[in-house]
Design a protein around this ligand. Structure first.
Ligand SMILES: [Zn+2]
Ligand SMILES: [Zn+2]
Length: 730
């Protein structure tokens, strides 16, 4: 998900923007549910009687859009015959690492037999109910208030229904693995359905509860597009005012990102994928990842002020297809819906997803190297300017994710962001692996390794320790100190030590910026709350106090990046703020912006970078040529093991260490490489040991690099001229 990274800020609330609904409908009693359920029940009974070795009888849900204007949704769960006493659980959290207690919105619950006899129900705790007398099956019904907007929410109103199903669907605790089906009732005629789940006669089908609630549902009058990329089918659903969305342009951007990331991973673990967008007029920024879809909401004002933000969000959420959805820490599997799932790995699952997001934007040419380095500089400045970077580690920040809903926790002196430090750690880990392996192993190989070793085998990695071992295995680096100091520890990061490999360093400058005299933090779905007012500041004199909620800045809703916007305004300018006190009273305040000093960290080139450094940087950031197809490379590299049959060998060996010969061979096409087993190859300035095991992907990159030239930043250097002269020799 994204809502607190520096690129992709806090999410907030806004509805989708179509006019009022035409086809009206009224709240219903249980009649239609009963009939539908009865049919489903009969089907279930027939299935049961004919089943031979079925472990679980399907659970069927009917979701009735009872009252859009009042946001009431009725849920009916058809419980098949089985145990007499059954417990039903509503999750307390879903996907965002915060306890949100969805049971807050359950208005009532009742149960009855097929014949209509009421059954006794008993509440066991705030989110669990126990039903008696279900031996012959029965029907459990309840009503939910659904008015939580955004990609993390569940909302029914006159414009749409958007559901994260975990927020409204309970599961029988003894049948979480059972097949599930969902149908919707009282849906306005003009609305259509979008969900990543397969549909059968209007019913969504899921293999189990986890799969069901990993699939957001949109019902509305949405716009739609689709594309096919390298065999995968991608559906794009946009619920927004038509003039807020350039669908062809959006499609083009999505295709570029999908192409870059599936190529980067050499993998596409799905056939169909759904992009679900909301572009509300004002507030609302955030993205939620799912295994076969993503739901993204971005306000029109954010789209306008920072159009690149959408591509960054897409690149981030789409990479979650691998990182976190499939390459998953053991501590998050299986999900415990009843309480916090503590994990130390969010710095990797979220933060390093942001690292790859930036690489993917580079690869798809949606940003250039200058923007990439500017974003990296911004992330380093953010971390270094938070005093808590010396007291809270990346792992602790992951564990404490569950505190993020409390304003004081988000103070700069209290916490860091695992998105922020994780992003930086992803870059540093990449550079450390590249340095240790002479550019052979990188973050890309690490993710491919994790994908093969864990995701493809449906295994889970051992949090930070699993990442360390994997990174060491593919790069040969000893990363003990890296993980001890910067992942588990809070030591200051010696940035230049890592950046030197690519001829870069960090330049620090003191900067004077406008200071509003207060600090406010926001949880993903709420307005910012003031947590600190500087004593003696103009803000304090104006009457601002901690606990005030910021409602408007200069007459408009507070933007996601309000701190940066204020910091960019002239010192001494008047600030107009509307706030709401903890008591509920609203008031308008104004005061003059003060001045504050801050440190700016800029990633810049070292003085006189060497040719090697320039080459490493080129390897790190250049847009790569199309890769040699996987099977072809394997064939080429494994003349004895599957050559001629086209079989894919899992561990090809380097068979050439001579650069010139390699280039000649490669120029003739990869099929010829198999005949050069006695030759050597050489990439960059460092020969690779013959016989060393490398991945197919590394080899394809080596092939691409045979066209490598030094970066053109310093064409007058002696080293460049020498290199160019050598390269031009026959
Ligand atoms: Zn994320
Ligand atoms: Zn919608």
């Amino acid at each position: 998900m994204t809502w607190s990274s520096i690129f992709l800020g806090g999410a907030a609330l806004q509805r989708c923007g179509f006019g009022p609904l035409s086809g009206g409908f009224s709240p219903r009693d249980d009649g239609p549910i009963s009939r539908r359920w009865f049919l489903a029940f009969l089907v279930a009974l027939i299935a049961l009687s004919s089943a031979t070795a079925q472990t679980h009888t399907p659970i069927h849900y009917t979701i009735t859009l009872t009252s859009p204007t009042e946001h009431f949704v009725q849920v009916a769960i058809a419980i098949p015959p089985g145990a007499s006493q059954r417990d039903l659980q509503l999750p307390v959290w879903n996907a965002t690492y915060q306890i949100r207690d969805f049971a807050e919105y359950v208005l009532w619950l009742r149960a009855r037999t097929l014949a209509g006899t009421p059954l006794p129900t008993r509440k066991l705790n705030k989110s669990r109910w126990q039903i008696e007398g279900l031996a012959q099956g029965g029907l459990v019904e309840y009503e939910v208030l659904a008015d939580q907007p955004g990609p993390f929410g569940a909302q029914l109103n006159s414009e749409h229904a958007f559901f994260n199903l975990a927020e409204i669907l309970m599961y029988p605790t003894d049948a979480r693995d059972a097949p599930m089906s969902v149908q919707f009732a009282a849906v306005p005629n003009a609305w259509r359905l979008a969900s990543p789940l397969p549909e059968d006669h209007g019913e969504l089908q899921a293999a189990n509860y986890d799969a069901l609630v990993d699939s957001p549902v949109e019902l509305s009058k949405f716009q739609e597009s689709s594309f096919i990329e390298n065999g995968g089918h991608y559906r794009i659903v946009v619920h927004a005012a038509p003039d807020l969305c350039d669908l062809p342009r959006l499609t083009d951007t999505l295709r570029k990102i999908v192409r870059a990331e599936t190529a980067w991973m050499q993998d596409r673990p799905f056939q169909n994928y759904l992009f679900l967008f909301h572009f509300p007029l004002e507030r609302g920024d955030g993205g939620m990842e799912h295994s076969y879809s993503t739901a993204i909401e971005l306000s029109a004002s954010s789209l306008e002020s920072d159009p690149g933000q959408l591509a960054a969000m897409v690149a981030h959420e789409f990479f979650h297809v691998w990182n976190v959805k499939r390459i998953r820490p053991q501590t998050l599997a299986p999900v415990d819906y009843t309480k916090e799932n503590y994990t130390r790995a969010l710095w990797f699952s979220e933060g390093v997803t942001s690292t790859v997001e930036q690489y993917a934007l580079l690869q798809s040419r949606l940003i250039d190297e200058r923007v990439f380095l500017r974003n990296l500089s911004g992330e380093i400045s953010t971390l270094q300017n938070r005093p808590a970077h010396l007291t809270q580690s990346a792992e602790e920040s992951s564990l404490d994710a569950w505190l993020e809903k409390y304003p004081q926790y988000r103070q700069p002196g209290r916490s860091i962001s695992y998105y922020n430090k994780g992003f930086i750690l992803g870059i540093l880990l990449d550079l450390a692996m590249r340095k240790a392996s002479g550019d052979e192993a990188s973050l890309q190989e690490l993710f491919q390794y994790l994908n093969q070793t864990y995701a493809r085998k449906e295994k889970f990695f051992d949090d930070s320790e699993g990442i360390r071992k994997a990174a060491e295995a593919i790069s040969g680096a000893d990363l003990t100190l890296f993980f001890r100091k910067y992942v588990a520890g809070t030591e200051e990061i010696p940035y230049d030590d890592f950046l030197a490999w690519v001829g870069l360093r960090v330049v620090t400058r003191e900067k004077t910026v406008s200071d509003p005299g207060f600090r406010a933090v926001r949880n993903f779905d709420a307005a910012p709350v003031v947590v600190y007012v500087a004593p003696g500041s103009t803000a304090a004199s104006a009457g601002l106090i901690p606990g005030d909620t910021l409602l408007a800045l200069e007459g408009t809703p507070v933007p996601r990046d309000f701190e940066a916007r204020i910091a960019g305004r002239p010192i001494g300018e008047m600030l107009h703020v509307r706030v709401r006190a903890a008591t509920g009273a609203e008031r308008d305040l104004m005061w003059k912006l003060g001045a504050a000093k801050t440190l700016d960290y800029e990633v810049a080139e070292v003085v006189n970078p060497t040719l090697q450094q320039l080459l490493h940087r080129r390897n790190w950031l250049s847009v790569r040529e199309a890769k040699v197809p996987h099977a072809q490379v394997s064939h080429a590299l494994e003349p004895g093991t599957g050559g001629g049959t086209g079989e894919t060998a899992p561990q090809p060996r380097v068979i050439s260490t001579n650069r010139t010969q390699w280039r000649e061979i490669a120029a003739k096409g990869p099929g010829n490489i198999a005949h050069s087993a006695s030759c050597g190859w050489h990439v960059g300035e460092r020969p690779a040991p013959v016989g060393r095991k490398i991945s197919c992907d590394t080899v394809s990159r080596i092939l691409a690099r045979t066209r490598l030239m030094p970066a053109p930043e310093n064409p007058q250097s002696t080293e460049y001229k020498t290199f160019a002269a050598k390269e031009s020799q026959p």
